[in-house]
Design a protein around this ligand. Structure first.
Ligand code: ATP
Ligand code: MG
Length: 536
């Protein structure tokens, strides 16, 4: 392709939302707003306050809390390095890919000069604290400095007949490459794949342990995971979640948190809601169970699929989560955690169930329910809803005592959940809970300069009264205006022509039946208010 053609092609390029992301449009956004408004209301009645945390955080925060062996951290995060050293970064690549040859003086001196330039700028960045003082960076600086200082004498040795100088030189180049690769010019950040880690970070950062405990927080917003997009699974998706941090780990807290989600779903009239619960033990009993599970899984390894075989090593609990038809028979025979809980966990679990019963919350016990994130312990739960196919989990949650401590805070109890808002909305739509397009209340059909001024005033008063008003920006023939009002689904057309303005009597047309009536200005507002009260 010629350069001109390429430019033309570039201009014609249509932009599209990135795979796995999507635009939410009216009228659907009205449903999103209703869902979020209901969350604010219901969570508020349970004493929760809203927290808004950043969209990105240090990668380390997620790695440490969610766990390195989870899918989320090992392959689904959007990660980038945040720094101002673009040029230095490019110089690093140049040097990394260079193959200097000690037999070629020109290639040696070019390499030496670039390495020296790099070392100087890199060293300045570190001493001015603009580049982080990580152990890797400090080691790289030292190694590269040392090598840069040696290059000339190695080259001289080589010309002087010291054959070993070539071996040394080549070794140092390989070593330099390795060190260059490990350098970090700035913080490594990730788009948040979930918000619990951030909420715990905020709890610590703002010293919330000195507030009355427990601290009850909820959030809503976008999360990012690089998964294979499909119905109910996106790369940017939305969660509504809540966390209870600090204080006790009383089973009533677990039950109340679950009761709150169920109340929320109930208020939204979500269909086919099914709550599954389980206890996955704690630091005392879970490791022993996991070992037992691993041993049993090893005995049947040949009969398992590749994913499960790998998980025997990395995360045997996750095998229980398998949906593979061929594995179901084997999984049914595996030992169950309920039979291996320690005394404390068993008592806690029994009390959670009792507390749920006291609250009239209907649940199903599911011994195979394990969560994909490492930080969960004891109570875990998942809620599914109707109309979602295989992506039918709308909420996942559980207890995570110890997470705050793991992130450097004081020993703290914690429990929370996250609702997949996209799936919640999908399910509501499938069961016909989506609101219809919101039409305008009043379309003002005006003609003439004087009428325009009156129309502007009328629009202002009607909007102040809470009516939604469409005021066309340019004059239209009445016939066209009425057609437009119809298309926008307006309830009424307010007709303002010269006659109406001079008489002080305005014509209101009810579009559903075509009836018309005349009103004075104050009467009109009164009439519309009455109609609104009647229809609501
Ligand atoms: P799944 O097993 O469906 O992948 P998960 O265990 O990864 O879910 P959590 O990390 O517990 O999910 O998140 C809680 C909820 O967030 C899920 O129940 C789901 O409703 C929603 N969710 C998770 N990942 C996505 C995604 N990629 N797109 C849409 N919703 C999602
Ligand atoms: Mg997932």
């Amino acid at each position: 392709m010629s350069e001109g053609a390429a430019k033309k092609e570039e201009k014609r390029r249509k932009f599209q939302a990135i795979r796995g992301t999507r635009d939410l449009l009216p009228p659907e956004t009205a449903l999103w707003n209703r869902v979020e408004q209901t969350a604010h209301e219901v969570f508020g009645t349970f004493g929760f306050g809203e927290i808004r945390v950043p969209i990105f955080e240090p990668t380390e925060l997620f790695a440490r809390s969610i766990g390195l062996d989870t899918d989320v951290v090992s392959k689904e995060m959007y990660t980038f390095e945040d720094h101002d050293f673009g040029e230095l970064d490019r110089l690093r690549s140049t040097i990394t890919y260079r193959n200097p040859d000690i037999e070629n003086p020109h290639s040696v001196s070019l390499y030496r000069d670039q390495l020296n330039d790099f070392v100087r700028a890199f060293g300045e960045g570190i001493s001015s604290n603009q580049i982080p003082r990580t152990p890797e960076n400090l080691r790289a600086l030292e190694t590269l400095q040392h090598f840069a200082g040696q290059i000339d004498s190695l080259a001289k040795d080589w010309t002087g007949g010291v054959l070993i100088a070539k071996v040394r030189f080549d070794g140092r180049v390989v070593d330099a490459r390795e060190n260059l690769r490990r350098i970090q010019f700035g913080d490594v950040l990730s788009l948040r794949p979930e918000a619990t880690a951030s909420v715990c970070r905020a709890y610590i950062e703002h010293g919330m342990q000195s507030l009355p405990q427990p601290v009850k927080l909820y959030y809503m917003g976008p999360m990012f995971r690089r998964e294979r997009p499909q119905k109910g699974r996106y790369r940017q998706f939305y969660q509504i979640g809540a966390e209870v941090l600090g204080g006790s780990d009383a089973p009533a807290i677990d039950a109340e948190v679950i009761e709150m989600v169920m109340t929320f779903f109930d208020r939204l009239e979500l269909h086919g809601v099914q709550l599954d619960i389980n206890s996955i033990g704690d630091r005392n009993c879970r490791p022993k169970y996991v070992e037992l599970l691993r041993a049993e899984l090893l005995k049947v390894k040949d009969k398992l699929g590749a994913d499960s075989q790998r998980r025997i090593e990395t995360n045997p609990l996750r095998v229980l989560d398998s949906k593979l038809e061929s594995e179901q028979g084997i999984i049914a025979t595996l030992p169950r955690i309920a039979d291996h809980l320690c005394e404390e966990c068993a008592v806690h679990y029994a009390a959670v169930k009792h507390q749920l019963e006291m609250r009239g919350v209907i649940y199903r016990e599911n011994w195979r329910l394990v969560r994909g994130l490492d930080y969960y312990m004891r109570t875990t739960f998942e809620i599914t809803a109707q109309g979602l196919g295989s992506q039918n989990a709308v909420c996942g949650g559980g207890r995570y005592d110890g997470l705050v401590e793991l992130l450097g805070g004081p020993p703290t109890k914690g429990i929370g959940f996250a609702i997949g808002e996209d799936r919640l909305i999908l399910s509501l739509q499938e069961s016909g809970k989506a609101p219809a397009q919101q039409g305008r209340d009043v379309y003002i059909a005006w003609m003439g300069e004087r009428a325009h001024a009156t129309a502007i005033r009328a629009a202002k008063d009607l909007r102040k009264g809470g009516f939604s008003v469409e005021l066309p920006p340019v004059e239209q023939k009445f016939g066209k205006a009425l057609g437009q009002a119809d298309k926008l689904g307006a309830k009424y057309a307010l007709i303002l022509g010269d006659n109406e303005v001079s008489e002080g009597l305005w014509t209101l047309k009810t579009l559903a039946d075509g009836s018309q009536a005349k009103f004075t200005e104050p009467d009109l507002l009164e009439h519309l208010r009455k109609q609104r009260a009647l229809s609501s």
